[in-house]
Ligand binder design. Structure first.
Ligand code: AHR
Length: 349
């Protein structure tokens, strides 16, 4: 099921993004995110030279340690990165590792990228803390680290740049949207992302701070992790509904996938999602647009996963010794039920 969703997401992104990358003659690389190990895989058929280090063929050598496949958003990000690498095999030598949601696997992957002497290492850190030692190893080897979509809690000199969203702002925007939907009052529940992830920490902080500051009559009666997955989102919502029933007037999810799971739970409990229980979530995946069109979801605060082009452009700049900004911020919108039928036509993930 998850594999099917992944392939569909990857294919869709490949098809939709194709137009954006005209002029590249190569076929995109086959998606590799279902690789069960964290061992890096290559984007091109050129074999290794037999040793740990590779010969210098002038290509940009990049290793990327992805978190895993927990959500449709993550699949879209992976597809965007792999597509770009696949379109540029003549100039980019790309290694990809799927860490299966484990920090230890991401650390292993970074160490093997260091052994391969890549030019740049990209990482979407599964959690914020625990990176100092391995980042220091990369720094000592002269290899810059590019943080993609999630931050790491490390001193600034241990990474070159962060490419991604302002998660605190997303949480704040989500709070404003929830308040509008509820007329500034009511009881709500929160589905948090992976414990310790910057996307979860900051979306929670932005939301809760804004609620406390501006909307005192909205009460967050329960908050628990759903690990950014649809299945866990459903499970946690079921238990919230068992405890609080129809008192729950809104659900805020740190991502769309968890809210899509929650919608199933709300329906199974005999309530109407989008009406009895309003929803606000982050990401902007196709599934939440479909739910909005069906009247079962209300708002999504967009988070852009299509980071492949900017990621590789940044890597090239770092290889060439050019300056890069410390935070390359994504531009994102807010999408609501009333325009979803129109908006869905142009969504690419
Ligand atoms: O880091 C971005 C978050 O991670 C996305 O919101 C979520 O869907 C993903 O898994």
């Amino acid at each position: 099921m998850k594999t099917t969703r992944r392939i569909v997401a990857a294919m869709l992104s490949v098809l939709m993004l194709g137009a954006a990358f005209t002029g590249c003659g190569n076929e995109p690389a086959a998606p590799t995110t279902n690789d069960p190990s964290s061992a890096p895989v290559e984007n091109n058929p050129t074999p290794d030279n037999g040793g740990d280090k590779e010969t210098d063929d002038g290509k940009l050598k990049v290793g990327f340690a992805q978190i895993g496949q927990e959500s449709g958003w993550r699949d879209a990000e992976t597809a965007s990165i792999q597509f770009y690498a696949g379109q540029n095999v003549d100039t980019i030598d790309f290694k990809f590792a799927d860490a299966q949601a484990k920090q230890e696997n991401q650390i292993k992957a970074i160490k093997s990228f260091i052994d391969m002497d890549v030019d740049v290492i990209g990482l979407a850190p599964v959690v914020e803390t625990g990176w100092d030692a391995v980042f220091t190893e990369a720094k000592d080897a002269g290899i810059p680290i590019v943080l993609v979509d999630r931050m790491a809690d490390v001193p600034e000199d241990l990474y070159a740049t962060f490419i991604g969203s302002d998660f605190i702002e997303e949480g704040k925007n989500a709070a404003d949207e929830m308040a509008k939907l509820l007329g500034n009052k009511g009881k709500i529940v929160q589905l948090e992302g992976t414990v310790g992830a910057s996307a979860a920490n900051d979306r929670k902080k932005g939301f809760e701070d804004q609620m406390a500051a501006e909307y005192p009559d909205i009460e967050i009666i329960a908050s628990q992790t759903g690990d950014f997955t649809r299945a866990k989102g459903k499970e946690v919502m079921e238990s919230f509904l068992k405890t609080y029933g129809a008192d729950i007037k809104g659900v805020y999810g740190h991502n769309d996938d968890m809210v899509l799971g929650a919608i199933e739970a709300i329906k199974e409990a005999g309530l109407k999602p989008g009406t009895d229980v309003v929803t606000v979530s982050c990401d902007g995946v196709k599934g939440i647009f479909e739910a909005m069109v069906a009247g079962e979801a209300n708002v999504t605060v967009e988070c852009n996963p299509l980071l492949g082009p900017i990621f590789f452009e940044t890597c090239q700049k770092l290889k060439d010794g050019e300056a890069v900004e410390k935070w390359v911020k994504s531009e994102e919108g807010i999408y609501r039920q009333d325009t979803a039928a129109e908006d869905i036509k142009t969504r690419v993930y």
